[in-house]
Design a protein around this ligand. Structure first.
Ligand code: FES
Ligand SMILES: [Fe+2]
Length: 438
């Protein structure tokens, strides 16, 4: 439970807020690369409550600049994207990707030269990597976080995004809270709660049996480990024959998570929750396989909505969304799955939205399965303290510490989470791992 003041501190990320200052200490995804073409249509973007226009010039470079033309305030979203940069369509002033004014056709050459330095647009720092355009609010910021998939060949990963119509923090808490899989993502068989995959009977492999174990044990025991960049949430459930089934989730500051549900060889998936404003966020989603290219069939599945990927329209708005109650089907809820909503991603979205535009954390009753959520909040408040004291928050200056991995593991019972993580991931568990809560 949080006080009302703590809840505001956690959730509000506008320019004059403490958490807004925390977010502005990190690189953040702002667009998918495929959303803007060279000399193509500029795109309106809103991030952390501030509006910008993004465009790609004829050389392929990306600019993310304030929208108001310094001449008389026309919106550059309507601008003409020419080879050298964006030209305001009102009187023709032109700006490059760094926001510099490069042409003032309304004045003679001498006057134009005196206007240009005064007519610079505010421009964010931009870097592009693996299909994502990243921005930083500070000039000269260092490297973007080096996620596990970023060193892989292009055919090994897939990136997309989806709109979430609630505050970023409760959506992120949904990714951290893996206990909910026992209910929210359950199927219904013969009127009873059942696994997402049908049980395979004798000699069932752990890849399938895990769905049964998640149904049979709805009280996973949580241990939270801490590392240089964030947390590893370790949830242990009873499996068959005195074994434990572990789901190991990574959280990286301030808004990235990597989901469990992968044994060695499986695809890995991750999310980044980027506040648009205090009532909505973009969720960037990625899937990758460290060992092999993704198949056409897998890419097709991700594009159509599968796992953490929603079925979205051309503007990345989920087809099943807040406005249509996620097309909930009460017949499906009675006979098919626990929510009556189709799609894991849509089930997660529905329940996060249902907590309100900003969840009221002053009226919660938290328990042992919420340990990851509690530690996430503590870590965010630790970052606020750091920024208030003028120190860089955790991870913001260690981009290489983002190369961590999540997944599933089996162990004998009893077992220590720290050993399970180290055995499963080695160095990819995280640097300087230690136990902070159980
Ligand atoms: S308002 Fe943009 S050039 Fe005049
Ligand atoms: Fe979920």
């Amino acid at each position: 439970m949080l006080t009302a003041a703590q809840n505001e501190l956690l959730t509000l990320t506008g320019p004059d807020t403490d958490m807004g200052r925390v977010f502005r200490a990190y690189w953040q995804p702002v667009l998918l690369s495929r959303e803007i073409e060279a000399e193509g249509a500029p795109k309106r973007v809103k991030i952390l409550g501030e509006e910008f226009v993004a465009f790609r010039n004829g050389r392929g470079e990306v600019g993310v600049v304030e929208p108001g033309c310094p001449h008389r305030g026309a919106n550059l979203f309507f601008g003409r994207n020419e080879h050298e940069g964006l030209r305001c369509v009102y009187h023709g002033w032109q700006f490059d990707v760094g926001g510099r004014c490069i042409d003032v056709p309304t004045a003679d050459a001498k006057v134009a030269e005196s206007i240009k330095p005064r007519a610079a647009l505010r421009a964010l720092s931009v870097k592009e990597s693996c299909g994502i355009v990243w921005v930083h609010f500070t000039d000269g910021a260092g490297e973007i976080p080096q996620f596990d998939f970023m060193g892989l060949p292009e055919d090994h990963y897939f990136v997309s995004k989806k709109l979430q119509e609630c505050n970023w923090a409760q959506a992120a808490e949904g990714g951290i809270d893996t206990a909910h899989f026992s209910y929210l993502h359950a199927n219904i068989e013969d009127g009873e709660r059942a696994g997402l995959m049908p049980s395979a009977g004798a000699n069932e492999p752990p890849e399938l049996a895990r769905y049964r174990w998640m149904i049979e044990d709805s009280r996973p025991r949580f241990t939270v480990l801490e590392h240089e960049t964030g947390l590893v949430m370790c949830a242990a459930r009873k499996a068959d024959d005195d074994q434990l089934y572990w789901r190991l989730t990574q959280f990286m500051m301030p808004n990235h998570s990597m989901a469990p549900n992968s044994f060695p060889g499986d695809n890995h998936v991750g999310n980044t929750w980027v506040p648009i404003d205090d009532h909505s966020c973009w969720i960037y989603c990625y899937a990758y396989n460290p060992e092999r290219p993704l198949s056409d069939q897998e890419r097709h599945a991700f594009t159509s909505g599968f796992g953490i990927f929603s079925e979205v329209d051309d503007e990345f708005v989920p087809v099943r969304n807040r406005g249509n109650d996620y097309l909930i089907d009460r017949n499906l809820q009675r006979y098919g799955n626990f929510t009556g909503i189709t799609g894991i991603s849509e089930q997660d979205a529905a329940i996060a939205d249902s907590q309100g535009f900003i969840a009221d954390r002053t009226r919660e009753l938290l328990g042992q399965t919420d340990l990851g959520v509690v530690r996430f909040r503590e870590l965010m408040f630790e970052a606020v303290d750091a920024v208030r004291q003028g120190r860089p928050p955790r991870g913001s200056e260690t981009p290489r510490s983002y190369r961590v991995r999540s997944g599933d593991a089996m162990s004998a019972e009893p077992a220590e989470a720290l050993q399970v993580v180290q055995k499963r991931f080695g160095e990819l568990g995280g640097v300087n791992l230690s136990v902070i809560g159980r």
